[in-house]
Each structure stands twice: as C-alpha cells, then as structure tokens.
Design a protein around this ligand. Sequence first.
Ligand code: AMP
Length: 285
Amino acid sequence: MKTIRTTSAMADWSRRLHREGVTIGFVPTMGALHEGHRALIRAARLACDAVVVSIFVNPTQFGPTEDLAKYPRRFRLDRALCAKEGVDAIFAPTAAAMYPAGFQTIVAVPPLARRWEGEARPHHFQGVSTVVTKLLSLVQPDTTWFGQKDFQQAALVHQLAKDLNLPGALRVHPTVRERDGLALSSRNVYLSAQQREAAPVLYRALQAGAAVIREGERRGARIQRVMARVAATERAVKAEYLAVCDPSSLEPVRTVQREAILLGAIRIGTIRLLDNLPVTIRAKS
Ligand code: AMP
C-alpha cells in the first residue's frame, strides 16, 4: 500500500492506473477511521480494481472556534485498517500541499448549504465543496463513496459534481450504527461514559418521527414536535434542529408527500452529533 503525500504524485498515480485500464474507487475521509469508513472502503473494494482513501483533516471546513486542533488524528491505526482492507493507496497530503501560499479559489453551493449544518457552521460547506472539488480532480476516480450519515454533505456533493462535471460516479452508503442506534462518528470518542449513554436519543427521536409518519401523520410541525419531545427526555442533550425536509432541496416541508428526510443535530456538552433518517411512504395496495 502506497502513501501519497503530494498533489502531483496523486495525479500521476491515477493517470498511470487509468492508462493501464484500472478502475479507481475513492473514499474521502478525515481519518480516525471506524466501521462506518470501513464499510465505504469495502464497497469501493468490491466495485473497483484499485481503492484510494484520502486522509485529510481539512482546515477550511472548521470554524475558528471548532475542534480542528483536537480532531482525532491516528494515522498509524488508520494505515493499518486500510492495509487490512486491501486499500491500494492512502492520499494524506499536508494542509500546505493542498492550500499552498497564494491559494484563492472557493467553491460554494449556497442553496444547499444555507440551512442546518450550514447555519450552525457558516463556512463549513464551502470548505467541503472546495476540498471535494480538489480531491476529485486529483484522484480522477471512477466512483467515489460518501456516507449517508452526513446527508446534507452528500446532497451538496451530488449537486457540485453535477454542476462542475467532476469525474466519476457518486455512491452514498447507508449509515453504520452502534447496536443502540448511535451513528458511528470520529467525534464519538469525545463523549464521556454518561454522554455516550445519552447520545442514542438522537436516533430515537428520528425513529419516533418516522413512526408517526408510518402511522399516518403528514404535518411537518407535528412530526417535528414528536421528535423534539423524545430528544427532551435526555437532560444533558440540547436539540439544535430536528427537521422534516424534502430530500432534494433540504427545505422543511409543511406536509410530507411521498418521501422525506428527517434531519437532526444535538449538542451534548460541547460535542455536536448529527444523524438523519429517510422516510418513504408506501402506497397502500
Ligand atoms: P469523515 O471522516 O467524518 O469526514 O467521514 C468520511 C466519510 O465517511 C463521509 O462520507 C462520511 O459521511 C462517511 N461516514 C462517517 N460516518 C459514517 C457512518 N457511521 N456510516 C457511514 N458512513 C459514514
């Protein structure tokens, strides 16, 4: 397994593989790899001849008061996981390699970035859009995998890739969860034992929202209230948003039609956790 540190070496490696007719699967990450990342890597491994995993804690997607400095970095463990999963190359550039002196460009998708995570983290999505544009341009993948866990990010990347004709197909992998429903996240390591116990309330709130939709409730405000009530059962948890949205525009819906996405973010102490749950209403036969 190769570790690639520079942008030019990454581009050269991909060009060489493409010349040889090898298909490239790509999994972009910020490292501190867990079972969620592993699932994406395995999907890439099954679908493509070669797999590249990028490990880059992208500074431009963190706000000035966020956890960039203390974001978990575990390169040796990540490397071992990648080697075990048969990854062909890790692309782990430095921030200076990705953003050399004189770097000026910003890529943004304002409509999809406006609400939810974009509201809570004002520059987050332009950091994500810019780095994803760079990564896809460098890696030139045939297919790239994203996790559904970050639903708004995946929606935004789809739009970005379509608008800018970025290379390759995109696939979204379902969220991998702990047994109690908590979505795996590199940030879960910040949770104390007590906070860890409270954290699954986010998924329970989303499930309660999905359950009332299945029982026939269609009014967005009512569904939202049900989710808020569940989240409020944990005193240590503050719900930032629990929303019933259109899965394409991510705008809140007054009335659920055929499909909805339930989006949620909670804060436990200083830790923010995200999750979501898609809901499809099946026509009665
Ligand atoms: P991150 O390292 O957190 O930036 O995540 C890298 C990729 O892994 C993103 O596409 C995430 O959506 C995805 N991912 C993170 N956690 C999970 C999970 N629990 N299940 C599935 N995909 C995930």
